[in-house]
Design a protein around this ligand. Structure first.
Ligand code: ATP
Ligand code: MP5
Length: 474
């Protein structure tokens, strides 16, 4: 997908053309750039602007579109009326979706456009306009809204006046959430909210979001999907902004967080439990389960405990869904809960001759640990993770040991499916995403929750043989 940014240059690389090209590439597009203005700028502010001649902006645009197919256009800083006229005239000659970020003022407070009203001829030519609250007010000739209801109301009026979609952004409001909504003349089409991250490094968020949105729309053809994806990317990029050390003012977001973010914490956690994983492999229960020599009575004891555990585990997944900060993870954990109740539990019950036993102390310890994490989403999903990850890992080896006529063959197969691999990868991804947004103390609590659950897994596998478990990763 070829995405064109028409915008100003920010030498500090956090906003403008430089941010756009990074965000386009990070979202899978091929970025192109027509420069409207040079700025002398750093993370503390703008000290000078030199606009490009309107004729030369036209020359750049026409030369480009004479040769290259353009799948989406993102427009940023336009500096003055002459450039706005040049871009408006060129837009009449192309047929591509246009995301217009009506850049007027930098995060630092410096003016980047002479007059808000000058943008009016461009508004009807855009497909989506992405004003922040100040820009939204200025485009309507009103004061900036201070609450979300009024932002949505203003966005609806702007959409109606110019027959465009408006992306209303709540990043500048007070509150723990940063809501964004796609608004048409008819009202809100889609709304996505994310937690507000505590960082001063938000230089270029508007440029980055609008470029990601244009790129994701070119790829998906659906604005709501594009916004959901762009917003998720934005949150990850802001979440990793403090990893970069650029300037002393409002630093940039980490555009390539998905490629070069900090060393993967999940790999470190997995290493932390390496001795424990080896311990599970050596348990009599696992060895005998693999070779088929496990007494049925012991298998049934394990299954009965596991059925009791899974019932509670499904409730814990449902709680994770209830706490999830956005739609994808909300859906994922709810689906996991549903699959356990409809699938795994059935399998267990099909092996059990009699009704369910009482939970053992080992089982209770494990579910109590899960419950103790259930007021914090990041800790809860960290505690949930070992049940996915360890089973997927052991499942691979057990499936390899399976043979025709194995007494527990169907059970050995359950945790070695591609679907289970996929769910495990997603669960790891969700914990990783939550970790990136967490502060250091919370990250450590997440790690502890993960380690404790891993220990409970070991004890759980050991309980049918009543082996004493002295292992601790603490
Ligand atoms: N501290 C934050 N935590 C999470 N998301 C944020 C934060 N600040 C901004 N965002 C998000 O970044 C995106 C850009 O929003 P914002 O309202 O800041 O736009 P903008 O004002 O055009 O950007 P800029 O401040 O760079 O000019 C929005 O999705 C917003 O929710
Ligand atoms: C060249 C240029 N374009 C746009 C912005 C606005 O970005 P932000 O409001 O995030 O500073 C900027 N600072 N510089």
């Amino acid at each position: 997908m070829n995405i064109l940014s028409i915008a100003g240059s920010d030498p500090s690389g956090g906003a403008g053309i430089q941010a756009d090209l990074k965000a386009i590439a990070a979202n899978g597009g091929y970025g192109m750039a027509v420069i409207t203005a040079l700025t002398a700028q750093n993370t503390r502010g703008v000290s000078g602007v030199q606009a490009i001649d309107g004729d030369f902006v036209t020359a750049q645009l026409e030369t480009l579109s004479a040769d290259v197919r353009i799948d989406a256009v993102k427009i940023g800083m336009l500096a003055n009326q002459e450039i706005i006229g040049a871009v408006a005239a060129w837009l009449d000659t192309v047929n591509a979706p246009v995301v217009l970020d009506p850049v007027m003022v930098a995060t630092s407070g410096d003016a980047l456009l002479e007059d808000a009203a000058a943008l009016h001829p461009l508004l009807a030519r855009a497909t989506v306009i992405t004003p922040n609250t100040a820009e939204l007010g200025a485009l309507l000739g009103e004061a900036a809204a201070q609450d979300w209801e009024l932002v949505l109301e203003q966005a609806r009026r702007l959409a109606s006046a110019h027959d465009v979609l408006v992306l209303a952004k709540g990043g500048h409001l007070a509150g723990a959430q940063c809501p964004d909504a796609l608004v048409s003349a008819a009202g809100v089409l889609a709304e996505f909210s994310s937690p507000r991250l505590a960082t001063k490094n938000t230089h270029g968020t508007g440029c980055t979001l609008s470029s990601a949105l244009a790129t994701r729309f070119a790829a998906t053809g659906d604005w709501a999907t594009a916004l959901e994806q762009a917003k998720g990317y934005m949150l990850r990029a802001i979440g990793a902004a403090d990893e970069l050390q650029v300037g002393s003012g409002h630093g940039p977001v980490h555009h390539f967080v998905d490629f070069f973010g900090a060393a993967d914490p999940m790999a470190a956690w997995w290493e932390d439990i390496a001795p424990l994983r080896a311990g599970i492999d050596e348990l009599e229960f696992i060895v005998q389960l693999a070779d088929g020599s496990l007494e049925r009575e012991k298998f049934e004891y394990y299954l009965a405990q596991d059925a009791l555990y899974l019932q509670r585990y499904a409730q814990v997944l449902a709680q994770a869904s209830a706490l999830a900060p956005e739609l994808d993870s909300q859906r994922f954990w709810a689906k996991g809960a549903g699959e356990i109740l409809e699938g795994e539990l059935q399998l267990h019950r099909s092996h059990l001759v009699e009704g369910l036993a009482n939970p053992s102390a080992t089982t209770l310890n494990y579910v109590n640990h899960l419950s103790s994490c259930n007021s914090s989403y990041p800790e809860l999903i960290a505690a949930i993770l070992p049940c996915y990850w360890l089973y997927q890992d052991i499942g691979k080896r057990l499936a390899a040991a399976n043979y025709e006529g194995h007494p527990y063959g169907d059970w050995l197969q359950t945790y070695a499916s591609e679907e289970f691999d996929e769910s495990t990868a997603q669960a790891i991804g969700m914990v990783r995403a939550a970790w990136k947004l967490a502060d250091p103390a919370q990250r450590e609590r997440m790690r502890q929750a993960f380690l404790r659950s891993s220990e409970h897994e070991l004890a759980f596998f050991a309980q049918a043989h009543a082996e004493s478990v002295e292992f601790s990763t603490a």
